[in-house]
Design a protein around this ligand. Sequence first.
Ligand code: ADP
Ligand code: MG
Length: 388
Amino acid sequence: MKKCLIPAPAVLGVLGGGQLGRYFVMAAHELGYQVWVLDPDPGSPAGLIADRHLCAEYDDGTALAELASGCAAVTTEFENVPADSLAVLAERVPVHPSAAAVSVCQDRIAEKTFLATHGLPHGPFAEIDSIEDLRAAPAHLFPGILKAARLGYDGKGQAVVDDRAAAEAAWLAFGSVRCILEAKLPLDYEISVVLARGQDGSVKAFPSAENRHYNGILDVSVVPVWQVDQNSVGVADDACEVAEKLAGCLGYVGTLGVEFFVSRGQLVVNEMAPRPHNSGHYTIDACATSQFQQQVRALCGMPLGDSRAHSAAVMVNLLGDLWFDKGIEREPDWAALLAIPGLCLHLYGKQTPRAGRKMGHYTVVGDDAQQVYERAMQARQILGLPDA
Ligand code: ADP
Ligand code: MG
């Protein structure tokens, strides 16, 4: 692919105005770029700090035309933007990642089929379009997890189904939409690889994170992964290799998150995110280049930065639940948290806390991985969260 070099102070566009978009705006500003954000929410975290907020739907023709004429290049922070919008933009302006790459990642069936086609490790699955498909699904997929093929995130649109009857009930409850049925794998642990791939095919992977989820939502990411078990270093190397191969097969340009399960010692890809990833937030405070700055660099055809971590890191998500005590709204004790050495607090500027809503995160960094972990757990205690 021909490199398209875009120097600052050009205007960059981003589809989506959530926290990932907000960090993209900050990273672009650091390098002297301006950013326009397209997001229908007037209070979107990225829209609030963008040079211009186009407050419209992702398929709004007028807004897309404005973005194409006003921006030197466009990216996305959100896999559920219509791939068609990216394709329309790409007729007029460079768009990374491509509509084709995003469309694979935004459909769980396309995603698993892609993994299978390219010989990449994945778990057993079946496509479910009808009750007949559920009746014909192989027995080894139970107990399983039924997931809507599109538009799910943070565990939404998913149900654990112990048997065929439960799967039928769940499928009807989802409104009979296209689904994927996956075998529920026994998980040793979960890791992720966040990498950036440039327009020249160069790749920089960040150190893998070990991820712990609560209620289907990422709770904690721990770096380096060797803390989880002795074999995890080798597993993490293999995961990097798989993620790099996957990015190459997708012809990917930008920052990509790849989630893995380690199940009975075997590494399998769970899913990919065509954007920076929550488990890569630690790179803001623990790496020379953040996952967001890599996204800017890749979009603008600039060399990718050093992806090594200069610190151990533990990242903890702050969900809206923390803003409530027995139903009464309160503000968490930030002063107590900020008194912990090495703790970096990030709040996204969201006005309304809600249960399960990602409001911010903190990352504890330092030289000593054990101490970093203890300090991250100490901060959880202050917030009233159980140890992870
Ligand atoms: P989301 O898009 O919501 O992140 P995921 O497919 O990653 O959806 O599922 C969220 C979490 O649910 C995973 O990180 C994992 O903890 C659990 N999970 C999902 N699929 C499976 C599976 N097939 N076997 C075991 N656990 C699973
Ligand atoms: Mg996931």
